[in-house]
Ligand binder design. Structure first.
Ligand code: ADP
Ligand code: ZN
Length: 296
């Protein structure tokens, strides 16, 4: 039996878990994301203490990290968080610090690539080779699995920052992405909803006009992703998607925007099984880090 460590490194909180190779959670801790030195030390301490208490050694650590991150193994800053606006975290060596302190193999990827791999192994995308995991939460991000592997390419996809049609008359909100203003995240992440309507997204009733607008932005993005990546399924997670009534609206608008152009049985007859919530529920993120650790 092998044991694996996983770190869901989020901009708000870190979740560290130990599991067996079947992803049964054996230990867990969570703490707020403060400054890098303190946060990474707490991460190292958790795994060190577990190994000492259990007199066992972990096989590997997986880190599913908020970003942007450097995933190029040839780069001098491999395993770093790069250009994040989060104070104190720009150019932070995440993988090198944890690998050196624990002396274990460390597998590092974006939070959403991790979640996508976890959904592929244990969740809503089992047996699919090409699919997408999208989170709509504090930010918006997407992880694509293509031919069974998470897509990295030049850097890694930044699906939350695509530009979407913006009808300024219907929605005069200028967007709140510090880099692009009215990109997808700037218009549709939880903080954008809060700023546009002046109240937290979770307090808006299901019949509030916020949700029709939200469903349209998300569907607009999904239509683009279907046209560019041709995923076999799209999994929508993150805090905002706790609003389950968004799903039927998103499905409806996605089909409307595609306008019958992409001919596929699943789009035409089984859209409910094409745009779905995570099979792993709110554990998609943390188990995603274990899916990364199991890659070795
Ligand atoms: P993170 O993105 O930081 O990992 P979440 O995915 O939980 O965390 O997203 C947090 C965001 O989701 C916040 O902006 C919050 O307002 C929003 N959110 C959380 N719960 C709900 C809810 N029930 N309905 C709508 N929005 C929610
Ligand atoms: Zn942006």
């Amino acid at each position: 039996m092998g044991y694996y460590g996983g770190v869901e490194a989020g901009g708000t909180k870190f979740v560290c878990i130990v599991t067996d190779e079947k992803a049964k959670i054996l230990a867990e801790t969570r703490f707020p994301t403060t400054l890098p030195e303190e946060t990474l030390q707490k991460t190292v301490d958790f795994f060190t203490a577990w190994q000492k208490d259990q007199r066992l050694s972990l096989q590997a650590i997986g880190i599913a990290c908020f970003g942007p991150v450097d995933l190029n193994p040839e780069s001098a800053t491999f395993g770093y968080i790069t250009s994040t606006p989060k104070p104190g975290w720009e150019n932070t060596a995440v993988t090198p610090v944890i690998a050196n302190a624990l002396n274990l193999p460390v597998f590092f990827d974006t939070d959403v690539n991790g979640a996508a791999l976890g959904e592929g192994r244990w969740g809503a995308a089992q047996d699919l080779s090409d699919f997408l995991y999208l989170t709509i939460g504090t930010g918006v991000g997407g992880g694509a699995v293509c031919n069974g592997k998470p897509l990295h390419g030049l850097v890694h996809p930044e699906m939350g920052h695509i530009r979407l049609p913006h009808d300024w008359q219907a929605d005069p909100f200028p967007g709140n992405c510090p880099f692009h203003g009215d990109c997808f995240e700037g218009m549709a992440a939880g903080p954008a909803i809060k700023r546009r309507w002046g109240v937290s997204a979770n307090t808006l009733p299901p019949d509030h006009p916020a949700w029709d607008l939200e469903a349209r932005y998300i569907a607009s993005a999904l239509a683009n992703f279907i046209l560019t990546l041709s995923p076999q399924r799209i999994i929508l997670g993150g805090g905002v998607m706790a609003q389950a009534h968004l799903f039927p609206q998103i499905r409806k608008y996605t089909l409307a925007y595609l306008s019958n152009y992409v001919r596929s049985e699943v789009l035409m007859n089984a859209i409910d099984s094409f745009i779905v919530p995570p099979g792993l529920g709110n554990q998609a993120g943390s188990l995603g880090s274990i899916a990364l650790a199991l890659q070795g």
